[in-house]
Design a protein around this ligand. Structure first.
Ligand SMILES: Nc1ncnc2c1ncn2[C@@H]1O[C@H](COP(=O)(O)OP(=O)(O)OP(=O)(O)O)[C@@H](O)[C@H]1O
Length: 368
């Protein structure tokens, strides 16, 4: 084959080996370099778009906050909804919704009275429909406003059903907890939530997250007394109240269920499981990352008030009579405070009951 002397078989084999090794090496070719620089450009484009969108969200959030505040200014700081309970026994309709803002009470002798509300819910209204009217308050709580949602009404009219609900029909409290965590997750800000639960029974504050025994031979030490303190900045604090940080909805719900188990309930002539106290859930919300919040830490109160009752009509005796009296007294103080706030009186009689003292900073002008 006319081979040169140095082109031996050994030399050819070693050249072939080098060629194979070169082929198997992943050397960047022009195409790959082009692809890489293309990817980098796409990533920086996407980063730019994300920044623009982030700015957009910020602007929309400012707008949303302003609109929500305007809405609250228009509707007033205190809003009252009326929910008509479906008839459970009998078929006499003494209360009816006239439209979405008015209801009528049919009295004896063909007389009737009409009352106006911010919203009237028909007996067939679902728990979801009721909550949809309340949800804006949850959003304003995330914006740093103190807020208070409570159910008020005669005993047996559906306050606990509305606030607590059932497994099948969850009420305002579980829905509010779910909405808080959901809106917080959607907001791009870090929030810190703390949960507390207490009841006001016969004028005393009782922590619902600590075990209380009815007997003197209890294995649990007596929990410390709760006392209401007012800070110089006007914020109300409850000394010794157990406050537990909750990181998700399930943790908050577990505490809520624990607290519900410690509530004071009893059977009365009007309701088999009547709440004999005011049950109050406090969710404290903090965020250092959310700018333009009204406060660094604010609170949302969810309250299932004890039922007002005509103690003579319900034929309550002994302890049930005393409980009914205590509930009526504090409800009447709450009514006085709300009336004074609505008529913009200079003196607001917060000091007349424990209930109004606890809610002082969440009912006034800085609350939503
Ligand atoms: N919207 C509703 N739909 C169906 N059932 C209802 C509704 N509202 C109330 N109920 C039922 O009516 C009964 C009394 O309701 P609930 O215990 O909630 O009253 P309450 O106002 O909390 O009473 P109390 O002040 O005595 O605690 C319960 O059996 C409850 O399930």
């Amino acid at each position: 084959m006319g081979m040169k002397t140095h082109l031996t078989c050994k030399w050819i084999d070693s050249v072939r080996g080098i060629m194979k090794a070169l082929q198997s090496q992943q050397l960047p070719d022009d195409n790959k370099i082009y692809e890489k620089s293309n990817n980098e450009a796409a990533i920086s484009n996407i980063k730019g778009e994300v920044e623009v969108l982030y700015d957009c969200i910020k602007k929309l959030n400012v707008q949303r906050r302003k609109l929500l505040n305007d809405l609250f200014d228009l509707k007033g700081n205190i809003r009252v909804f009326c929910r008509i309970r479906p008839i459970i026994i009998g078929n006499q309709k003494s209360v009816e919704a006239l439209d979405s803002n008015e209801m009528i009470i049919n009295l004896v002798d063909n007389k009737s009275k009409i009352y106006s509300f911010d919203k009237v819910f028909h007996p067939s209204s679902s728990q979801g429909e009721v909550f949809s009217e309340i949800e804006p308050i949850i959003k304003s709580a995330l914006d740093g406003y103190n807020a208070c949602i409570f159910a008020y009404g005669q005993t047996g009219t559906g306050k606990t059903f509305t606030m607590e609900g059932t497994e099948e029909f969850p009420g305002v409290v579980p829905r509010a907890i779910e909405a808080l965590f959901k809106h917080a997750a959607d907001s791009n800000h870090a929030f810190l939530f703390s949960f507390s639960m207490l009841e006001i029974y016969m004028g005393y504050l009782k922590d619902l997250l600590t075990p209380h025994s009815q007997t003197t031979k209890s294995i649990f030490p007596l929990p410390p007394c709760l006392s209401i303190q007012t800070h110089p900045n006007g914020e109300t604090e409850i000394e010794n109240l157990v406050t537990i940080q909750v990181n998700d909805m399930n943790q908050a719900m577990r505490l809520y269920k624990l607290g519900c188990g410690f509530r004071s309930t009893a059977s009365t002539n009007s309701n088999r499981t009547s709440s004999r106290s005011h049950c109050m859930i406090r969710i404290s919300i903090s965020s250092v990352s959310a700018s333009k919040r009204r406060r660094l830490t604010n609170k949302l109160w969810l309250v299932d008030l004890g039922g007002s009752e005509r103690v003579l009509k319900t034929k309550a005796l002994g302890r049930r009579f005393e409980e009914g009296k205590a509930i009526n007294l504090s409800l009447s103080s709450l009514g006085d405070v709300i009336h004074a706030l609505q008529s913009k009186k200079r003196h607001i009689p917060y000091r007349n009951s424990k209930l109004t003292q606890v809610l002082k900073d969440s009912l006034g002008k800085h609350a939503s």
